[in-house]
Design a protein around this ligand. Structure first.
Ligand code: ADP
Ligand code: MG
Length: 452
């Protein structure tokens, strides 16, 4: 057990944490805080829901409170995040941890008017939380200056460094001072991202508190093998079996979100939906009403897979497996946080067996199969084994998996689980933090990398 006072934080921060009921530091906090205070660049990996936000925010507050004041439009510490909802959440956490310290913090993201953000930036910010697109818009309008920037944090770092953000991040890196402290935090890191990170960081330390790319131990994961056409019916049954429990349901497309929202409304349930084509007000509303338990169900695309902290969420259901194996860890990591128990159920059909094998390979464990008597699969989901080996492939699948067949889904799935290159397949809904209102909603922002 590590008390915060042992980590070198000032008494004022300690008393804020006491008032929040934080009795001891989590493992990642105990490891990362002293290193950040020492000024080291970090690549820090820890499972979902283990308090990474405080692990980077607390030492930054400590350091920022010692010296200086942000000049007009200047930013002293910048925290980049992949989605608008996460920007809002991280900013709220920063303000909670700031307590009475005289430090200013703010969040900027797309989908809302830029003018209030420009006004707010005039006084300068000690900590700015931002999605990349809107940050660049503000920068190009001279509303944000980086000349005083000393600290850069990439939360959900592997997502920030994948191809979807490459152009924007390049521009940001060109604009910010080279001499700075850089911190990368995530629950998943692929080898590609680790290699990239090594180039951007200065003599970095790597901190890991558990097996890499693993899900929280308090999370029970299992799957139902079934036929694709019966998934919706099975989902309805799962929802009624879990009556009264809050459930986060992940689906692949924006259209499915809308369809399921209507279906569950017709079933008389309280439900909200979130995806990148909804207005920002509707998105914030959906998230807020789910976080405050006003609605029982939230139907979401992967826009809600990362970082969002819902108090004691008991159950996550994947109607389809995500295309990127890492996203599986992030999706299910919305449950089983802070050592609470949680459950994650995936509905898996035969077509998804390669995705399943990739996910299991990354997790280093097979996901328990619990066939449901009412939903016996006529197209059997082939058995998987660790190493991604599929013992029996259905004839139909075989064609898809021929190397070099040009089938992007099959090719991506065949890549090793820890290869981020699978992330080229972002034709579905992902984050949407472009500089303009609509930019993030363009599916082609996540176009697969061209083959050489
Ligand atoms: P992560 O980024 O690792 O997924 P978060 O930073 O979102 O996790 O934190 C998860 C939850 O744990 C939040 O609700 C946060 O308030 C809480 N938390 C963080 N650190 C502590 C602590 N030391 N003691 C108690 N609760 C904590
Ligand atoms: Mg987080």
């Amino acid at each position: 057990m590590t008390r915060f006072s042992e980590l070198g934080l000032a008494p004022q921060l300690q008393s804020t944490l006491d008032s929040l009921g934080y009795q001891e530091a989590t493992a990642i906090q105990a490891k990362a805080i002293p290193l950040v205070l020492k000024g080291r660049d970090l690549m820090a990996a820890a499972q979902t829901g283990t308090g990474k936000t405080a692990a980077f925010t607390l030492p930054l507050l400590e350091k920022l409170s010692i010296g200086g004041k942000a000049g007009s439009n200047a930013v002293r510490a910048l925290i980049l995040v992949p989605t608008r909802e996460l920007a809002e959440q991280v900013m709220q956490a920063v303000q909670k941890y700031t307590g009475e310290l005289p430090l200013r913090s703010y969040a900027v993201y797309g989908g809302v008017s830029i003018n209030p953000q420009m006004m707010a930036m005039r006084k300068g910010m000690d900590i700015l939380v931002a999605t990349p697109g809107r940050l660049l818009d503000l920068y190009r309008n001279n509303a944000v200056k980086f000349s005083e920037l000393q600290y850069l944090v990439l939360d959900e770092a592997d997502r920030m460094l994948d191809l979807g953000f490459a152009g924007e991040l390049d521009e940001i890196f060109c604009a910010i001072p080279r001499k700075r402290q850089t911190l990368l935090f995530s629950a998943t890191f692929s080898q590609r991202v680790k290699d990239m990170a090594a180039m951007m960081l200065r003599d970095p330390l790597s901190v890991e508190v558990s097996a890499p790319n693993s899900a929280a131990d308090t999370l029970q994961q299992w799957l139902i093998p079934l036929d694709k056409k019966r998934k919706t019916e099975c989902l309805q049954q799962l929802v009624s079996r879990n009556a009264g429990k809050q459930i986060l349901i992940f689906v692949k497309t924006r259209k499915s979100v809308d369809e399921l929202e209507n279906l569950f409304i017709a079933d008389g349930l309280s439900v909200a939906g979130i995806h990148g084509e909804k207005s920002q007000a509707a998105r914030m509303n959906a998230m807020q009403s789910f976080k405050s338990s006003e609605v029982q169900l939230l139907i979401a695309t992967d826009v809600a897979a990362r970082g969002l902290d819902v108090e004691e969420l008991p159950l996550v259901i994947n109607l389809e497996l995500p295309v990127n194996a890492e996203d599986y860890i992030h999706r299910i990591g919305r449950s089983g946080r802070k050592g609470n128990t949680g459950e994650a159920i995936s509905l898996v059909c035969a077509d998804e067996v390669q995705q399943l094998a990739t996910i299991e390979n990354m997790l280093g464990q097979l996901i328990e199969r619990r066939p449901q008597p009412d939903f016996e699969a006529t197209h059997k989901v082939p058995e998987t084994a660790l190493g991604g080996i599929i013992v029996k492939k259905p004839k139909k699948e075989k064609k898809k998996l021929i190397p070099g067949s040009g089938n992007s889904m099959a090719n991506a799935a065949r890549k090793p689980a820890n290869s981020r290159s699978g992330s080229g397949l972002r034709m579905f809904d992902h984050s949407e933090e472009g500089g303009t209102k609509s930019a993030g909603n363009r599916p082609d922002r996540r176009r697969p990398r061209k083959k050489k």
